[in-house]
Design a protein around this ligand. Sequence first.
Ligand code: ATP
Ligand code: MG
Length: 394
Amino acid sequence: MKEILLIKNGELALKGLNRSTFEDMLIKNLRRKLSGILECDISKSQSTIYVVPTEEDPDMDAAVEAVSKVFGIARFSRAVVAPKNMQQIIEVSGKYLKDQLAEVKTFKVEAKRADKNFPLKSPEISRELGGYLLKNNPHLKVDVHDPDICVTVEVREKYAYIHGTQLFGAGGMPVGTAGRAAILLSGGIDSPVAAYMMAKRGVNLVGIHFASPPYTSQRAEQKVHELASEVAEYAGRIPLFVVPFTEIQEHIKDDCPEEYFTIIMRRCMMRVSEAIARQQKCGALITGESLGQVASQTMNALQCTDAVAHLPIFRPAIGMDKAEIIEISRKIGTFETSIEPYEDCCTVFTPKHPRLRPTLEEVEKAEAGLTGLDDMVARAAEGARLVVIDPGAY
Ligand code: ATP
Ligand code: MG
């Protein structure tokens, strides 16, 4: 039977007058996500988006998998279409749900009558269809509170739609509705999760990665491409800027007290990132920092880092435990890549005893001893190399 997808958007329903802008962005994102996977028409009506395949033999499993990664969708269902006639609704439902009902013990029927001209009221539709399904599936029992499957009939303008239990969407807001921000992407576990979390809020991402060849290898950079490509499954295309960071790191290492090395390096990362972010018209920076996780992530250290930035810095993982971050990274599919053992520029020159509570004053003093740092920052930003990452490209 020819299936379609019925998509209900989540928070979008709350957005009042903006709603249609949000829905249009969601449809645009769905079109992009489904291109190459499903030939289809996508349209909207009464806060539902319809994805109707136009090809002969659509791969609906692949389409469901793709749609489940598009932000802005609370719930969606695979459904079939029936003429608006109770007898036909019953016949189509029986046939479409046969296999699904064979596998469960309890069910209920829920009817939604958007078309108030339909001759039967919702409880009557439920009763008639429920009675039929019970008669034809003697193993089934009705459970209105916690059924194994919730058979739903939606009687809408033109047709009736029939589906089983709804599937969960990725939630959040459509990417592109909340502006653009630059994610500082290392090869670690935390920053891909932070990228995912902000994309979920509707943010379009630009990636920035600091590489320090020859201390860091081409393979380490490749790993970051892979992570960006995995995040792009949810976030859409990500332009990734790879910043040559060697000159700055060597300068800091040679001419600055070791205990301030990391914090000054992070301040440089912020300066370079901000230059790229502004040029890319980003409204914020994003990092994967989590309070107290390492020396550079104490409150004092974050204060010293923030002091050089003028854009807001979003740190969606700031209040999360490592275990919670790992849970998300497993869920979104970045964990296995993140734990591949390649060196990062941060780990290359890690001091043995970093200052845990640096004051801004002492950091600024140590930094003042580094001549030519501003020029190096400008050179690093200008020398950034652009790689464009498509979903699943690696
Ligand atoms: P992650 O798991 O994301 O690497 P981490 O716990 O290893 O984080 P740090 O190495 O201190 O923490 O980095 C903190 C944040 O700084 C990262 O989450 C990331 O946003 C940014 N960052 C660190 N190294 C780099 C890099 N080489 N390129 C770009 N951003 C980086
Ligand atoms: Mg790291």
